[in-house]
Ligand binder design. Structure first.
Ligand SMILES: Nc1ncnc2c1ncn2[C@@H]1O[C@H](COP(=O)(O)OP(=O)(O)OP(=O)(O)O)[C@@H](O)[C@H]1O
Length: 450
């Protein structure tokens, strides 16, 4: 009887706790990681660090001075090889961050090459190695697959033109910073998550004091929902042609302004005179290249030339390009590769062939091509994001429906800057939509009279 009672009193809560943890591991991996994974990994790391670094080939012979001290002061006959010094260990909600000081003889590439071995040794989901400053690397370990159910870090990135668009596989935010990478290209086959990426980007940009310009030659099916927050919208190649001309004119006017003030770009101007930055969202770029008649060809050549000019010069004028499409290679026609070369930010979702993967990342991060080709078809939204620094990472956007993105645009319609040159292309909205919201009364209305 006593045994049964003990089993009941002790066994039941234990079974409940084990069941709860098992459930958390599958359904709430963040909770499981914080309760179990993090403490276990910390201990495992502390206990096995030296041995792991040794078997992974990440130790070096100590300096002569150190060897002398070990032999003569510590009086130990054997002088062991030394691993990198651990400078900082920090647990996060998704993993563990460890800063290492590299000894002479080791370089970041050595640690990067061993990341797969380190991952297995410490039983974590992934280990990414980043050089933080000369001589220092950070090991970013994740305890579970953070791209499975994306939860963005809450902290807003610093900077006037930064948007947190997606989550990187090391648990940090993938930030689109227009001042660092002014123009970008998003590629991917059908149903791979390009629209979801654009929606997250627009939802972030809508909250900033920037002008958004949409060019969506699929009759505006993607961009129409953003209309309340757009300063201009073109939905046909004819309108796109006119709008690109206006944008080039706006760029030239801005150059006159910069030259009057003797500065090199709009961010050097005082904010009272600084024109609003403009982000041009160009959806399905191949539509602009299609031609059926001689007249179409002339228009195509004109538009491509204007886009190349914007790509080459518009950064200083605060005009940035965000181009999206399924493919973007020389087969699109004259000027395609010249334009692509200007779009140095790259986000490539799953593609249908190796050639398209190479078009996307081959020129900026050749070793990322294989990763693009291994994106599984059942995980839409996964992409490889690279930039001109040669760095790249797998990313995934959080889910955001078209209706939610449209609601964010509507709620921030009052931030739409008034750019007179684009007025002719301002999308026409139903009455009242897009107007500045009524100011909130400071005094609460009297419930008796309300
Ligand atoms: N980050 C994500 N997480 C989960 N599901 C996603 C993600 N991104 C996209 N999806 C899903 O994948 C499907 C295709 O997404 P989306 O419409 O963005 O693709 P697309 O590349 O724009 O397609 P198309 O070229 O046909 O317009 C949708 O059902 C969407 O819900």
């Amino acid at each position: 009887m006593t045994d049964v009672a003990t089993l009941w009193e002790v066994g039941l809560p234990l079974a409940g706790a084990a069941g709860g943890l098992g459930y958390a591991k599958v359904r709430a991996p963040q909770v499981f990681w914080s309760l179990v994974g993090l403490p276990v990994t910390r201990v495992r790391f502390a206990v096995t660090y030296h041995a792991t670094m040794d078997v992974c080939g990440l130790t070096v012979q100590p300096s002569r001075l150190r060897a002398f001290m070990v032999r003569n002061i510590a009086r130990r006959p054997d002088v062991q090889p030394v691993p990198p010094k651990v400078r900082r260990i920090r647990g996060t909600s998704t993993g563990l961050r460890v800063t290492l000081r590299l000894p002479a003889g080791l370089e970041p590439a050595d640690v990067m090459a061993a990341s797969e071995r380190l991952r297995h040794a410490w039983g974590v989901h992934s280990v990414n190695v980043t050089e933080t400053k000369p001589g220092f690397v950070e090991l970013r370990m994740t305890g579970y697959d953070v791209l499975n159910r994306v939860r963005m870090p809450r902290r807003r990135p610093a900077g006037p033109m930064t948007v947190s668009v997606a989550l990187r596989e090391d648990g940090t935010a993938f930030v689109r910073d227009y001042l660092k990478v002014p123009h970008a290209l998003t590629l991917g086959a059908n149903q791979t998550g390009k629209s979801m990426y654009q929606r997250n980007l627009v939802a972030g940009l809508a909250r900033l004091p920037v002008a958004l310009v949409g060019i969506d030659c699929k009759r505006g099916v993607e961009h129409r929902g953003y209309a309340p927050r757009l300063s201009a919208l073109a939905t046909t190649p004819e309108e796109a042609d006119g709008l690109l001309n206006v944008l080039v004119g706006e760029m030239e006017d801005r150059f006159d302004l910069l030259s009057d003030y003797g500065v090199a770009d709009i961010w050097a101007l005082h904010e009272d005179v600084r024109p609003a930055p403009v982000v041009v969202l160009l959806d399905e770029v191949a539509e602009l290249f299609l031609t059926a008649t001689k007249k179409d060809e002339e228009r195509r050549d004109r538009m491509v030339t204007q886009l190349i000019r914007l790509g080459q010069l518009a950064r200083a004028a605060g005009i940035y390009l965000e181009v999206c499409g399924q493919r973007f290679g020389s087969d699109l026609g004259k000027g395609a590769t010249a334009l692509r070369a200007q779009l140095t930010g790259r986000v490539v979702h799953r593609v249908n062939d190796k050639q398209t993967a190479e078009m996307g990342v081959g020129d900026i991060a050749p070793d990322a091509v294989v990763t693009v080709l291994t994106i599984p078809p059942d995980r839409p939204g996964i992409a490889v994001a690279g930039d001109t620094s040669g760095g790249w990472s797998r990313i995934r956007t959080p889910q955001l429906s078209a209706a939610e993105a449209a609601a964010i645009c509507l709620a921030h319609a009052h931030l739409t800057p008034d750019l007179p040159s684009l007025a002719a292309y301002r999308p026409v909205l139903p009455d009242g939509i897009g107007a500045a919201p009524e100011p909130v009364p400071l005094v609460k209305p009297d419930p008796a009279t309300a």
